[in-house]
Design a protein around this ligand. Sequence first.
Ligand code: ATP
Ligand code: MG
Length: 396
Amino acid sequence: MTQERPKILIVDDVPANLVVLRKLLAKVPADIISASSGNEALALALDHEFALVLLDVQMPEMDGYEVAEWLQSEEQTRGTPIIFVTAAYKDDVHRITGYEAGAVDYIEKPIEPAILLSKVGVFLRLYQQKQLLADALHQLESLNENLEQRVRSEVHKNLEQERILVQQSRLAAMGEMIGNIAHQWRQPLNALGLLLANIKDANDFGELDTEQIENSVAKGVQLIDKMSTTIDDFRNFFKPNKEKATFSLRKAVQDTLEILAATFRNNNIAVQVEAEQDVVAFGFPNEYFQVMLNILNNAKDAMLSHEMRRGEIRIAITRCGEQAEVTIRDNAGGIPEDILPKIFDPYFTTREKGTGIGLYMSKIIIENNMGGHLNVRNVEDGAEFSVTCPVGEGNA
Ligand SMILES: Nc1ncnc2c1ncn2[C@@H]1O[C@H](COP(=O)(O)OP(=O)(O)OP(=O)(O)O)[C@@H](O)[C@H]1O
Ligand SMILES: [Mg+2]
């Protein structure tokens, strides 16, 4: 920032004195502005910022002390240093009055040029340093403001990214879900098809009677009910929980397996659940279900990519103190050590059609939202995921 040339106000009711002062100050690097009365001085002081005021004490109407007092009382001029220019006094009474009014120094008449210049020089330097300090402060403030703004916009960007990720993971999960629904529906759809074909056959051969129609309708309604339950099941799972609740881990695992049952059966994947006792956990059950679904789907994907003839998944439910733990172990060959540290990163995937956010979202759900841990390690012939979360009330 460029510094303005400092200004000095000189105040004296005798024009000749002003001329003398002006001459003496000719070489000082400042603009000299003069006032010939206290009133004029005050008006100027409100219009300009002065580095220093050289103030004659004895003036008619308003003397130097009054001017000084007034300058002291105004917020805008309070910090401006004043040098009283006064006749020599025998005692210090006036000097003390001057200091009380805010004077910073005295110069006696007749003015000794060297003394005047050295005092004025000191105050000018002080003023310039004060300006520099104010500039630095100003710069610091605007830097600070910039920084705050940048932090705010970064935070905003992060939130936005998080939101997009959540959205994408929902879509990806929906895709999986539709695949699973398709599997679940295949069997009842086939059965419905058979039912209709039977009715047509019976009709063709003239064997259709009321009893058969009623039986077929009852069976059809049953099948449709089953299909509709599947949809309800999925829908419930996809509603995010608003409040934490206690839930049974055994039930969470069983519900997940039920939904995957058809997919697993078609891909020849066997699941074994070991739970000596049920464990009650505390958190968001529907989100927890999504985590289970992600991990189990990943195991299935790994098995498919290895074209395994028989996949095996072992799930264990245990309680370790205040932690409720579910481990899911597969036999799909494990995760290569070099990618192991990356699998929880957003968008990390080794699958051609993968989005790479399944495990990332799972980690956020378990660790950030539920206060638990989601870890992975390689075991003999596969990977083992461990999901822990706080236990809830009602455990045996
Ligand atoms: N059980 C597992 N066995 C071997 N590799 C696994 C297993 N689980 C996860 N991975 C690896 O971790 C990667 C990331 O998994 P993640 O679920 O985050 O994404 P994805 O399955 O690739 O895609 P999507 O977001 O559609 O689920 C997978 O691509 C795979 O390489
Ligand atoms: Mg996945």
